[in-house]
Design a protein around this ligand. Sequence first.
Ligand code: PLP
Length: 411
Amino acid sequence: MKFNTELLHSGFESDKATGATLTPIYQVSAFAHESPEVLEKIFNNKTPGFAYSRISNPTVDSFERRIASLERGIGAVACSSGMAAVTMSLLNILQSGDEVIAGAGLFGGTIDLFGDLQAFGITTHFVDHVCTDEIEPLITEKTKAIFAELIGNPALDIVDIKNVAALAHRHGIPLIIDSTTATPCLIHPIKYGADIVVHSSSKYINGSGDAISGVIIDSGNFKWDTDRYKGFEEYKKLGKFAYLAKLRNGMWRNVGCCLAPMNAFLNAIGLETMGLRVERLCENALQLAQFLDTYEGIEVNYPALPKSPYYSLAQQLLGGKGGAILTIRAGSKDRAFKLMNNLKIPLIATNIGDVRTLVIHPASTIYVHSSEEKKVNAGVYNDTIRISVGIEDIDDLKEDFSQAIDKLKEE
Ligand SMILES: *Cc1c(COP(=O)(O)O)cnc(C)c1O
């Protein structure tokens, strides 16, 4: 199947009981069974079935199957948010004393999370560029995971995933890729060696900005050495399903960050049109980037522009597409704010992946608690505006940005 067909049909079965064309919203907490024997079997994973929606739910299960198939994984676990997915993907592996190597240009929430994990004895070393030259010197016996965003948000740096995965595997370390901004439309990170993939499905998978959620997909490829990953002892017998089984039966279930059935439903609907949306979003983003690049005093950062240092990786890995986010530098905070106030179409909001164009000034919002160094690493300056491009008609977007920039000159 090609991608758009897959989005509709891969890993999906219509509701057997009723023939409903979408998996309905099973808005219940618990599932009753005919005997204690049956419930015992369900609880002990001896028979398929549902017991309690924190642990599993048919609407959520259907969403997970579709995502797993789409990302070429052996299974997926859905979470209440992208941050929950990032957190669980790591805590399923890590224990006190362990170290992580991560990109410095990560999403602000993830950077902050690594700070929070310090209180539990987990130390993170950040690299400015997620490449083998910078990662290798930081690897020690304690390094238990390498974490990177395929396209950094908002740094818009692209990971040299093949080489980084090969390096990680030479040292017996799994590579976890947050592929939120790249989307399964542009790349399947597992094909390039990622062991675990996470998404904030609140973004491009959902598409309309109407439900927060996250997913963790396991490739099943990583061999968990139980001398290094002691927590895997009990799950080793499950072979390639060890990571997912540990997650489902352990940290994820006990923290209780399950996805609500209603949100799983909304995300499953979003998923079906993701191919069409992302195609349009990338086309709009490229056109807007090229257009804004012609303005003096406006500096554009977009990976699919030939001047970007990540242009060749975008060609190799993403089929020449650059995703739907670009950043511009307006010259000063004052000019950035004025430009944003002059815009008529984009909404001023802290989200990405919406069908509507959204703009934000990251330095005064998402990165307001970050150090100067962290901001610079994330490509966030006082004059930076992040644009999450929507599916509007590109001529309207160009005209709007054009009048907003022209007004700056008048002052
Ligand atoms: C938004 C985002 C997250 C966090 O997801 P939430 O659904 O907001 O919790 C994580 N990583 C990236 C790259 C994101 O853009």
